[in-house]
Design a protein around this ligand. Structure first.
Ligand SMILES: Nc1ncnc2c1ncn2[C@@H]1O[C@H](COP(=O)(O)OP(=O)(O)OP(=O)(O)O)[C@@H](O)[C@H]1O
Length: 267
């Protein structure tokens, strides 16, 4: 199943009919219920409960080894859900199934596109369509428009023909976000998008994430620094030793433009 958005907003990716579960905005973008996730039979994340509403942005924090990436892999169907449930937009995520790849846009943790990649920005973004649709499927009419809309959504429409190796690290990161957006996912998962990016590029990335959120997409953003995400997060979930240790609402401090956490119910 492939998803797309009809949400209003600037230069969002071209629409296709939405499945019924997505048209129902009461269906959470992401729902984990007592989800235990691990590798082989070894649990790493224990009985996690997490709900992300459509259009909501949640920061996922925690020390190294606390289980953030394993939780993300469970959402993507790349790690095994040993017990409990993981649902994306009402669809059950199954280990090894490709369904999750088309439901969730994923921006992996990497600093940049390899300098050895000779592709243009448009070609890298176009690869996101192949990944969600299957490499054996023929290109469709409108693919070019989708690629251009995704590049516009991250503010790089004018760099479509530029080789990615010639873009800055921050711009390359935005190309990877466009690649994740091109199949119009309603949930975007980003693994440390600001790691290794300088302050100016981080600010541009945060503006991009704010626009992605304004376009109605839900986001789960793994980060070590809540403040780096500016005003984007609505909630901050912290993991500790494989468990969800806290789940707090965020409010934006007008003085700094950054989020601080407050106990739920005090927003
Ligand atoms: N593919 C794997 N197979 C087996 N165990 C793994 C695998 N990946 C991670 N682990 C283990 O799971 C635990 C949690 O690791 P995970 O990568 O989920 O933490 P993290 O919070 O994302 O850490 P970091 O902030 O360093 O990225 C660690 O003990 C790690 O050794």
């Amino acid at each position: 199943m492939r998803l797309s958005t009809r949400a209003p907003g600037p230069a969002t990716v071209a629409s296709e009919p939405l499945p019924a579960s997505v048209q129902d905005t009461a269906v959470p973008a992401l729902l984990l219920q007592h989800a235990t996730v691990g590798y082989g039979r070894r649990p790493v994340v224990h009985s996690a409960d997490l709900r992300v509403e459509q259009g909501q942005a949640v920061a996922l924090l925690g020390a190294n080894g606390s289980g953030k990436s394993t939780l993300v892999r469970g959402i993507l169907g790349l790690a095994e859900v040993l017990s409990g449930h993981v649902d994306v937009l009402g669809e059950h995520v199954e280990h090894g199934a490709s369904a999750a790849a088309s439901l969730v846009g994923y921006v992996p943790q990497r600093h940049s596109v390899s300098g050895a990649v000779p592709s243009t920005a448009a070609e890298v973004v176009g690869a996101g369509l192949l990944a969600s649709r299957g490499f054996w499927r023929a290109p469709r009419r409108g693919d070019r428009d989708r690629v251009m809309a995704a590049l516009a959504e991250v503010g790089l429409a004018d760099r479509a023909r530029t080789r990615v190796a010639e873009l800055s690290g921050g711009q390359q990161r935005r190309v990877l976000i466009a690649r994740a957006l091109v199949s119009s996912p309603r949930l975007l998962v980003l693994d440390e998008p600001t790691a290794g990016v300088d302050r100016r590029s981080t600010e541009q990335l945060v503006r991009t994430l704010a626009e992605v959120k304004a376009a109605g997409r839900a986001m789960l953003v793994v980060t070590h620094d809540l403040a780096e995400l500016g005003p984007v997060p609505d909630r901050a979930v912290t993991m500790q030793d494989g468990r969800v240790a806290s789940d707090l609402a965020c409010v934006c401090d007008p003085a700094t433009g950054c989020c601080t956490t407050v106990p739920a119910g005090q927003v």
